[in-house]
Design a protein around this ligand. Structure first.
Ligand code: AMP
Length: 222
């Protein structure tokens, strides 16, 4: 199982891509590659990459294509990504998508399927503003939809929950604007390649997982 699942999750911030990636990664035993997580980790540990990326992230802008594409290509060349992977938050521009296609030609066969999480801005804003993340293990909660058992404390590891600085309302609006301008055109790019499947990002975590499992089974990917 999971031998050929090379997956891209596309959709606005707050569509539930990260949450679904965690579940899918566990189920199909393939790595979850989130450029946002990699960049945040680099910021936290003050790596050169993090220092370059931080200002863009704080403003809710995209980190330059060359930087992000380099990170992903490097990550995809690792052994654990040979049997499949979930790309979450990459590609986000047409240039990134073209570079990904080009580099996959050398590493392995191309992307099997792109899942587009169709989500209204209202739902995205509601999800992002209520999101809380564990400082220690990175697990995502939502104050209403996925509340922790104890306020402010992670159920999994006891870590402290915090709000990502870029989830504050001023930045969220900018992130959604940039999504519309830069990332939405990718829908058409992947429709033309015949590998895009649309799902509703408004579904619950469990229901969306069922829908996705059926899509992969129907496409004979698992
Ligand atoms: P995310 O956690 O996916 O919402 O990403 C957080 C931030 O990291 C974004 O707002 C961007 O500043 C940056 N970022 C993540 N992925 C990319 C990407 N593929 N291209 C450019 N910037 C990115």
């Amino acid at each position: 199982m999971g031998d050929r699942l090379k997956l891209v999750l596309l959709g606005p911030p707050g569509a539930g891509k990260g949450t679904q990636s965690v579940v899918l990664s566990r189920k199909y035993n393939i790595p979850h590659i989130s450029t946002g997580d990699i960049l945040r980790e680099a910021v936290k540990s003050s790596q050169a990459l993090g220092i370059k990326a931080k200002a863009f992230m704080d403003r809710g802008e995209l980190v330059p294509d060359e930087i992000v594409t380099g990170i992903v290509i490097d990550r995809l060349s690792k052994k654990d990504a040979k049997k499949g992977f979930i790309l979450d938050g990459f590609p986000r521009t047409l240039k990134q998508a073209r570079s990904l296609d080009e580099s996959l030609k050398n590493i392995s066969s191309g992307i099997d399927i792109v899942i587009y999480f169709e989500t209204s801005s209202k739902v995205a804003i509601e999800r992002l503003s209520g999101r809380r993340v564990c400082k220690k293990c990175g697990f995502n909660y939502h104050i209403k939809n996925i509340p922790p058992k104890k306020d402010g404390i992670c159920d999994k590891c006891g870590g402290e929950l915090f709000q990502r600085p870029d989830d504050k309302e001023e930045t969220v609006v900018n992130r959604l604007k940039i999504y519309e301008a830069e990332t939405k055109p990718l829908i058409d790019y992947y429709v033309k390649k015949g590998i895009l499947k649309k799902v509703s990002g408004g579904l619950s975590v469990d229901n969306l997982f069922k829908v996705l499992s059926n899509i992969f089974a129907d496409a004979k990917l698992v």
